[in-house]
Design a protein around this ligand. Sequence first.
Ligand SMILES: [Zn+2]
Length: 503
Amino acid sequence: MNEMEAQKLIKHMDGELETFSQAYEEGRWLKNQGLLSASDQFDLEVRRTNILLNKEIQDIVNEFLNTAENPVFRRVLLVLDRLIKDARVESNPSVYKLRSKIEQAIVNYPITIAGRKASRTDIRQILRTEKDIELRQEAFHCFDKLSELVEKDVKELVHRRNHIAQEMGYAHFGDLGLMLQGLSRTQLNEWFGSIIQKTDSTYQSFLSESAERLHQSNLYPQDLLFAVTQFKSLPDEYFTTTKLTKSIQWLADRIKLTEALARVRIDFVDIPFQGICVTIHVPDDIRILINPSNGQSYYSTFFHEIGHAMHSSFITQPYHLFRDEPGPFCEGMAETMARFVDDPEWLLNSANLPEEIAKQNKSIWRTSTVVHMRTLISQAEFEWRMYAEPEADFLNVFQTIKADYLKMPSDATLAWADNSYWTSYPFYVQNYVVAEMIASQTHLALRKFLGHTITAESGAWLAQNYWNSGGSIEWSEKILRSTGAILSPDELILELTKGYPPE
Ligand SMILES: [Zn+2]
């Protein structure tokens, strides 16, 4: 087969993928509202496997990946190669069936608190705002049994993923999982190491101040979210659900994204998580599911989802394969939008905060972000260790990591296996930290090149530099070209030291 023929076949497969993706995303839309049956979900998985793991397609990728002369075609093959490698693990029946089994156990787990049925939103709310220590402790432990219930299966899932990755020539699934997204362990270690080290004193003082204000000798894991919410957040009254839509319109009008925003369908629903964006068809069918609640962190989630929606709706690429991008960059685009809810101009003029209160956000943002980053980094570290040391006692590893990174007594932590990221989105948590680095570096670039972050050119800048090209350019390359620097945690660290914005 020559290159022209190969291109034609891949183009055909790309069309198939486009049609399938619409059905798949519609499935995801239903699944997240609890409306997709297990068998329909299974059918979608089989269809996806048949397209991606087709022998002829795999042969083309192997033959032309390094030899194709057309650079666009070579890029298409690289993107496709990553999808195939991912599918070889995640669509393998031994992995897929076990994953579904654990997912079902997690979704169907009956949560109770104080003898009553409760939702995940209720539990989160208790951990954020409940003054009664015992109730908070009960909420913190309400997934212990679920963890016990699924731990054997999660461990087995780790073994199965490792086994397939090793057959493909990787040391373990962690290496593969990061590589597929354009990340490496060495790089993450370096980034995360300096974030941890340089935010140490901010974190220490948050712990001791919070313990003192709570009249406790120590801060415990069940107090962490509570302390952040009580001591390090702006008053909820400025961030009510009723003002939500107006607040994003305010921003969209100023950065000239009004039309694109108007095309996004936004549904307010009671779902077990805060929000999700589903791209059914670019650019005319993009939907957001959002679980309404008050407070700045809820606004941040909403803007995050809008960031995903804007990213997808501005991708102008002929290949379907270029219309999605790796997790770190997608989350980076979402967090770049979310960062606007911490922008002084937005806080003063859209959220209508008095100047004195808006000023406080600088230190509030710094501390709450440090806590959030540390929590995520500890989770990412734990996930890596699961795959690198699959024979270890995972609970013990989890407790040790928590004690190291979060500096608090962690022997009370018993639940490690119930986190649905381990099962459904392996090697994804680190992306939220990388995303924060991208947001910081991008907002710095906006200030540098446009004078401010909220300008009439900001939307177009993001579209031209990041969104339009989709997956046709490697994401790290886009960041380098647009911001003028290789992605690094420097700007984020500066902000975590000085507050946002750092000037
Ligand atoms: Zn996201």
